[in-house]
Design a protein around this ligand. Sequence first.
Ligand code: CDP
Length: 223
Amino acid sequence: MVIAIDGPAASGKSSTAQWVARRLGFFHVDSGSLYRALTAAQLAADPAAENWTEDSVLARAEKVAFVPAERTFVPLLEGAAADDILRGTQVTQHVSKVAVMPRARSWVNEQVRAAATTRNVVVDGRDMGTAVFPNAELKIFLIADPWERARRRLIQRLGRQPNDTEIAGETELIVKRDAKDATQTVQASDAVLIDTTFLTQEDQVERIVALAKAASPKASRRP
Ligand code: CDP
């Protein structure tokens, strides 16, 4: 079974997908982590970024492995986990440049589909319910007000409540990234739209788990 969760930057897709996967005994597959891994590998090879081409970016794919760990697929960079680098500002600033490259998209889609062949999965990204898994049993499109998305992302990063100046700065970055990712961020016509601005994470997880159980008996059978 495939549950596809899509939505714009920092809409809570990954943390929600991870939690839903845990509740259902599924694996979590974060497609954005692969775009980030490819970007990190390319930044390590060529930090200037002006001359990146599809060929130079795709040449880094061999440095990235996507391996199942505890109920989630983890991208390894030259064999090592690198979460701090992947979530860091350098990668976040440059990742959209890689994400518009059609061959980078094909490579990520191949990894994600391979991960889903032998397991029940919750996949998250921008185009999981459209380009990658058009037949997913359940599709969710998560949105939230940009200010609230910025506030949540900062709490995650700083481990404290951010002030209004910090939230305003982060909101600007998120809105810019939304614009760069707009082409591939598509709500499938059969996706359930959930606006999480006024929902707790627990509420949104419960809602998706209930939808999954209604969509397929596979979601009611914990392995
Ligand atoms: O920060 P956020 O959780 O929104 O981003 P992410 O899911 O880690 O994705 C990072 C970047 O990868 C996005 O800004 C997009 O440029 C790209 N991406 C994409 O184009 N298609 C996907 N299915 C997933 C991510």
